[in-house]
Design a protein around this ligand. Sequence first.
Ligand SMILES: NC(=O)c1ccc[n+]([C@@H]2O[C@H](COP(=O)([O-])OP(=O)(O)OC[C@H]3O[C@@H](n4cnc5c(N)ncnc54)[C@H](O)[C@@H]3O)[C@@H](O)[C@H]2O)c1
Length: 376
Amino acid sequence: MADKLRVGVIGCGSMTTNHTYGYLNSTRYEVVGISDLSPQAMKDFDDKFTEYSDYKAEHFTDFREMLVKAMPDIVSVGVWHKGHSPMTIAAAAAPGVKAVLCEKPMADSLGAAREMLIKVATNDVKLVIGHQRRFLPAYTLARQMIEDGEVGDVQLITSIAGDGLPNYATHQTDMFRYLLGDIECTWVTGQVERQTDHWERATRIEDKALAVFGFENGAQAMIVSDLTPVRWQGARIYGSEGMIEITVDDLKIMNANSNGWAVHEPDGEFLKFGEDRFEWFEAGAAQARELADWVEGRSDYHRNNGENGYKALEMIHGVYESARLHEQVFMPVKTMVNPLEVMIDDGHLKVRYPGQHDIRAKQLRGENLGDDTQNV
Ligand SMILES: NC(=O)c1ccc[n+]([C@@H]2O[C@H](COP(=O)([O-])OP(=O)(O)OC[C@H]3O[C@@H](n4cnc5c(N)ncnc54)[C@H](O)[C@@H]3O)[C@@H](O)[C@H]2O)c1
C-alpha cells in the first residue's frame, strides 16, 4: 500500500476534530503533528483518537515549528477566521506541504482570501476550504435531481441562517452554487442591521440580514439570517415543475411523479444512515478522501477547492457591499476589505446598544478574550 499522507493540524478545536476523524476514517492519512497555544487543548485532542493507530501526533505550541519539524504533506487550519489567511500562507510556504485544508469562512476579507489563492498557486500547493456539506448524500442527490430536470427550471432556493453571515451562511452560498451545478452568481442585493456590538469568533458581525442572489441561469436564492430564532442547514428549492427540500440528513421531493412528498434518506460511503449524523462523519471522511485523490493525482479536482471557497465568501461580502452602497452589486465584488467593517468604522452602522459581545467567547481557553490568531 502507498505511504499515507502526513497530516499536521493547526488549532486543536471542534472543527479540526472533525477533519481528523475524516483523515483517519478515510484510512489514507496519518496524523503526525498538532499545534495549539493551549497544551491542554492538545491533550484533550489526543484523547479523542486513542483507538486509531494512524494517530501519532507530536505536540507543538508554535505552529511554524510544527510545519518544519513534523514535515506534514497536508495541513489543517482550524483556528478562528482571522488566522485562516496567514496560517494557510505560512503552511503553503513550508517545505514539503502539498495541500492545506482550511476551515470556512475562507478569510475575514476578500483581499486576505485572494492572497491565499495567489500564494498556494505560486507554491503549487492545493487548497481546500471546509464546506464539507457538499459531501452530504442528500445534497448530492438534490444536485443530481436538479440536473436531471426533476423539478424543471429552478426559480428560487430559500435558506434560513443565524449567528452572522460569514459563520453560518457561507455554507449556504456555497450550497446554492453546488445545487445549481457550480454556475456563477452574477448579482447580490442585501440589507444588514447592527444595533449591538455583535462579534462571532473575534470577527464583527451584523445582528440581522436579508440577502437575495441572482445566478447566470436566471435562478434566484434568498437567505434570511437572524430575523427569527429559526435556523437550519439545508434548503427549499422551488422549480417550474416541482419542489425539493433538503436537510443535512435527508431529502424530500414533490413533482408530477411523486404522489405527494417522496422522502429519500441516501446512504453514504463512510457511514450508514442511522448510526450517527451524516453531517460530521460522512462529510469529513469523503472530503478527506477526495483531497487524497487530488493530491495523489488520481483526480484533478476537489469540489471544495479554493476558487469555490472564494466564491462562497464573495457572495457574503457582496451582501455587505450592497448594504454599504445601497445598491445591487454585480460580480465580481471589487472591494477587498470587509465592507461590514468599513460601515462600522465610518459610522454608517452605529451601535445603538453599546457593549461588545462575542457569541463564541465561551470557547476560548486562555485569558485572551480577543483573538489568539491576531499576531501570527
Ligand atoms: N465547517 C463547519 O461546519 C464548521 C463548524 C464549526 C466551525 N467552523 C470553523 O472552524 C474554525 C474554528 O472554529 P472552532 O469552533 O473549531 O474553534 P475552537 O475554538 O474550537 O478551536 C480553535 C483552536 O485554535 C487554537 N488557536 C488559537 N490561536 C492559535 C495559534 N496561534 N496557534 C495554534 N492554535 C491556535 C485555540 O487555542 C483553539 O484550541 C472557525 O473559523 C469556524 O468558522 C466550521
